[in-house]
Design a protein. Structure first.
Lengths: 345, 124
């Protein structure tokens, strides 16, 4: 089996089928899960007609989208208009390739995994901007401007938080990052308060930034339905729209994967028992943690009202960036402390 | 890893784009194709007829935040190598905290100045 997997075309094919199935199934059923949760929160049943209890709803949605016209409205910038869906969907597909779902369950174990994820993750912004710009629709253009200023504002605290972790871990390899968090939940980066007392706060900053980067409520300025119809992808029809929608959910999956890897110990079991760890338990723990994060993302969307745009930018520039900078410097100081004490005594 | 080792990743990039393109192409083949119509082809702006140029002008605040971003992004880019060599430099007693604090201090001063100048006050 491992011999077969080492042949390059087989590996690529396995990756392709695996990631596409994972992303497809997640995008389809997370939409359903979200609508069900929304229904439960708003005291209504949610989709329950298609199939038993609404379980066939994703298929009905996809079939409907396939039956619609993929139209290129006259007056659009055709090249950019067509490139935007490709650019929005390809990065999450790429990034999930380096995410280790288990110790050996990773499509490409890169030594620069984290850098890779952030490099490709930031293409998303450009895609939404180009899509909005090329649509020759005023709402789309307003949305594009908002997406750019929102995403760039939240990228900085996110990167600062991540390099705080890098400073402690000293590696960009995602699998190595997880291995360093072995030995029970008190060793997860989330609770490593002896490295940096602000670790739980950095996780919260990361989570907020992840919500903003994926344009989710309460930060969904890009697609604020009540103001801008559908934001940057108002003018897209059929699967063109479907791709943007799938990309949104794939980005949530990716963001929650990253949160799991960086803060929640990835495939490590919460208790250091031999019976609960191993190659089979790894993916189970990983997926449990990931879906718990995704559930929180959905809960946040349906519990909090949408923020206003300037409040959104102020939160990032006036609170999150100074706080994450402080946390970074605090980590540096904590690492220098033993040396200072050594010199004194 | 040498450059050849990253070649499969290039293949994956192309394939990821091809899959997405394939989905849209399939949708184009399966979907209906209605004849063009003046109303159908016009921009959808909540049913109100679109007037004026579609490419409107932005508030200058957007440019200010973009400039702020460029400054801070470059700062983060410089911080990444700093975090990697930090432990080694400390172990070898090479001064690294002071220069970085100076670098960060200049930027934080800049941010403070921008905020005081009202660059982030969107209400005005």
């Amino acid at each position: 089996m491992s011999n077969l997997l080492s042949i390059e075309p087989v590996r690529i094919l396995t990756y392709l089928v695996g990631i596409c199935a994972f992303v497809g199934a997640n995008a389809a059923y997370l939409v359903l899960a979200e609508r069900k949760i929304a229904g439960r929160i708003q005291r209504r049943p949610g989709p329950n007609e298609a199939g038993y209890g609404g379980w066939m709803q994703p298929f009905a949605d996809v079939l409907k989208l396939f039956a619609k016209q993929v139209m290129i409205p006259p007056g659009t910038d055709i090249l950019l208009y067509c490139a935007a869906p490709l650019m929005v969907m390809a990065p999450p597909l790429m990034c999930l390739a380096v995410v280790p779902f288990g110790e050996s369950l990773v499509a490409r174990n890169l030594d620069i995994g984290l850098l890779f994820v952030f490099a490709f993750g930031s293409i998303n912004v450009m895609a939404l901007m180009l899509g909005g710009w090329a649509s020759r629709n005023k709402y789309s253009i307003i949305s594009a401007a908002r997406v750019v200023s929102q995403n760039v504002a939240y990228e900085i605290p996110m990167l600062l938080v991540v390099i705080t972790l890098l400073m402690v871990a000293g590696t960009l390899d995602l699998n190595e990052l997880i291995r360093q968090q072995a030995g029970g939940f008190w060793n997860w980066n989330l609770l490593r308060v002896w490295v940096n007392p602000l670790m739980p706060v950095t996780f919260i900053i990361f989570f907020i930034c992840m919500l903003a980067e994926t344009n989710r409520a309460p930060f969904d300025m890009a697609e604020s339905e009540s103001e801008l119809v559908a934001g940057a992808f108002t003018e897209y029809g059929g699967m063109g729209f479907g791709v943007f929608f799938m990309a949104e959910y794939s980005n949530i999956v990716l963001g929650c994967c990253l949160g799991t890897v960086l803060f929640l110990g990835g495939w490590q079991s919460p208790l250091p028992l031999a019976a609960l760890s191993g190659p089979l338990w790894g993916p189970v723990w990983f997926l449990l943690k990931m879906y718990a994060l995704i559930f929180t993302v959905m809960l946040v969307r349906w519990t909090f009202p949408r923020t206003q745009f300037y409040g959104l930018l102020n939160l990032s520039w006036k609170i999150l960036i100074p706080l994450s900078l402080f946390s970074l410097l605090l980590t540096g100081a904590m690492m220098k402390l033993p040396l200072v004490l050594q010199r004194l005594f | 890893m040498n450059a050849v080792a990253y070649l499969p990743i290039l293949v994956q990039i192309v394939l990821a784009a091809v899959i997405t393109g394939g989905v849209i192409a399939a949708s184009h083949l399966c979907g209906q194709r209605a004849r063009p119509h003046a109303i159908k082809d016009s921009a959808y702006e909540c049913g109100v007829q679109s007037t004026g140029r579609p490419h409107i002008r932005f508030s200058v605040k957007f440019y200010v935040t973009a400039m702020l971003f460029i400054l801070f992004d470059i700062e983060v880019v410089f911080l990444i190598p700093w975090t990697f060599v930090y432990r080694d430099f400390l172990a070898h007693h090479i001064s690294i905290v002071g220069p970085m604090l100076f670098f960060l201090g200049v930027l934080v001063l800049g941010l403070y100045y921008e905020i005081k100048k009202g660059a982030l006050e969107w209400e005005r």
